[in-house]
Ligand binder design. Structure first.
Ligand SMILES: Cc1cc2nc3c(=O)[nH]c(=O)nc-3n(C[C@H](O)[C@H](O)[C@H](O)COP(=O)(O)OP(=O)(O)OC[C@H]3O[C@@H](n4cnc5c(N)ncnc54)[C@H](O)[C@@H]3O)c2cc1C
Length: 419
């Protein structure tokens, strides 16, 4: 790493990329870059271990098939696989109405439509991988302070447990989540919608096996997903109106399971146990810009979605794969990786996928939030049509498996530097 002297006397080796945020998305980018020899620093507010990092919690992440390929390309899949439960079928239904649709792995010709793993497992595997890579340095717990950008590079003050250090890099990546301080400080505009809904997550046990089916059930108060997990458990993501969140969280386990049974029905038999519950308020957020000279935004910092279709992290991971590819290509050509032209190529590439997935997710929330009889009838007719119409089903399959649009090399099962 080249060394640059800085005003104030502090001297730090300069890195190619400074990533702020070591959540699932920031840590994945650090792995992708450091594996290819790009010198990288990650700044994370919380200690980067499974127990204290809030992004590495018990929420279950449905990984699209494209995300599995990205993790395989990063040589991380073998570590994740034992704790990832394959999804063979996706079953979507509308509570109290006739519509339903199914997607099966056989129709798509894939071993699994996706996989379910907890954020904690994903985080642990990523943190362990980072520890073993020479080209990456993790500063945690540490926080980004003042930063500036000029033609030469990025200069950032990092508060490491009360001591301020200055670091420089060619490129700053904001992977600092939905409340991105970098985005706010640069005045990048956002479109936001508060869904006035709360997602309650918990692991549950049922007396019938899940048989690797992921259920998405739309109810009058919001969608309810049950995802298959290892050891026969299922992971619940139950969306309720924000004004009901506290009451549902306060129910004792027996009352909670009774309420859940009434909402979900008996497809999995009786609910027998529920683990610890957590609640997340839900919003839609889209940033108006995802790049500035020497700056790129990725993951929740640029798009925060409703979890209804399980797309947020998958979309962020495709940001990671695309940005890594653009950076590595630029380096190979001898270009400055922070140059506006290089970063605009990333922004243009990601725009279509980000818009498509955001619209898909938001439309599902809106469409299934309607209880007016003609709307409910039309959407149920649409679901049945989707079930029997092969081209529509193929489109639905591509969206859910993360295979729509131009895919980065990693998402096609190639190394990020392959031709
Ligand atoms: C209930 C629920 C279920 C979900 N299910 C799915 C699913 O099935 N499939 C799917 O694909 N997605 C799912 N998601 C979405 C997914 O969890 C998120 O998209 C993903 O975790 C976002 O990761 P991130 O790294 O971009 O952001 P974050 O996890 O928010 O990470 C940002 C990090 O930046 C750090 N940070 C912030 N500011 C600073 C600073 N100034 N200095 C240093 N560090 C800083 C924070 O500490 C944090 O660790 C779900 C979300 C919810 C709420």
């Amino acid at each position: 790493m080249p060394v640059r002297s800085l005003p104030g006397g502090a001297v730090h080796s300069e890195t190619d990329v400074l990533i702020v945020g070591g959540g699932l998305v920031g840590a994945s980018l650090a792995c992708a870059l450091a594996q290819a020899g790009v010198s990288t620093r990650v700044v994370e507010m919380s200690p980067l271990d499974g127990d204290r990092q809030p992004g590495y919690d018990e929420r279950s992440i449905a990984l699209a098939q494209g995300s599995q390929r990205i993790f395989a390309g990063l040589s991380l899949w073998s570590a994740l696989e034992p704790d990832a439960c394959p999804i063979h079928t996706i079953h979507v239904s509308d509570r109290g109405h006739f519509g339903f649709t199914r997607l099966r792995r056989e129709q798509e010709g894939v071993p699994a439509l996706g996989y379910v793993a907890t954020a904690r497992v994903l985080g642990k595997v990523l943190a362990q991988a980072l520890q073993q890579l020479d080209s990456v340095e993790v500063l945690a717990p540490a926080q980004l302070g003042a930063f500036s950008v000029d033609n030469e590079g990025v200069s950032a003050d990092i508060n490491c447990q009360g001591e301020i250090q200055r670091y420089t890099a060619s490129l700053l990546v904001a992977a600092d989540g939905a409340q991105s301080g970098i985005r706010e400080r640069l005045g990048i505009e956002t479109t936001r919608r508060d869904y006035a809904q709360t997602a309650i997550i918990a692991n549950v046990s049922t007396d019938k096996p899940h048989n690797h089916v992921a259920y998405e059930r739309f109810t009058a108060s919001g969608p309810l997903a049950l995802l298959p997990m290892t050891e026969g458990r299922s992971s619940l993501v139950w969306t309720v109106r924000a004004d009901q969140g506290e009451e549902v969280m306060a129910l004792d386990d027996a009352e909670f399971l009774e309420r859940l049974q009434e909402r979900f029905g008996y497809r999995l038999g009786r609910f027998t146990r529920v683990g610890r519950r957590n609640a997340f308020p839900l919003q839609l957020l889209q940033a108006a810009e995802s790049v500035r000279p020497r700056l790129a935004l990725i993951g929740n910092a640029v798009h925060t979605l409703h979890p209804v279709a399980g797309q947020g992290f998958n979309l962020g991971l495709r940001d990671v794969a695309a940005l890594a590819e653009v950076i590595l290509d630029a380096r190979r050509r001898g270009q400055d990786i922070g140059a506006a032209g290089v970063l605009q190529a990333y922004a243009r590439w990601r725009q279509g996928d980000q818009r498509r997935v955001t619209l898909f997710t938001d439309s599902m929330v809106r469409l299934f939030g309607q209880s007016l009889p003609p709307v409910a009838w039309l959407r149920d007719a649409g679901m049945l049509a989707l079930d029997v119409c092969p081209p529509a089903k193929r489109w639905f399959g591509r969206m859910t498996m993360g295979r729509a649009g131009r895919l980065p090399r990693l998402a096609r099962g190639l190394s990020p530097v392959d031709d």
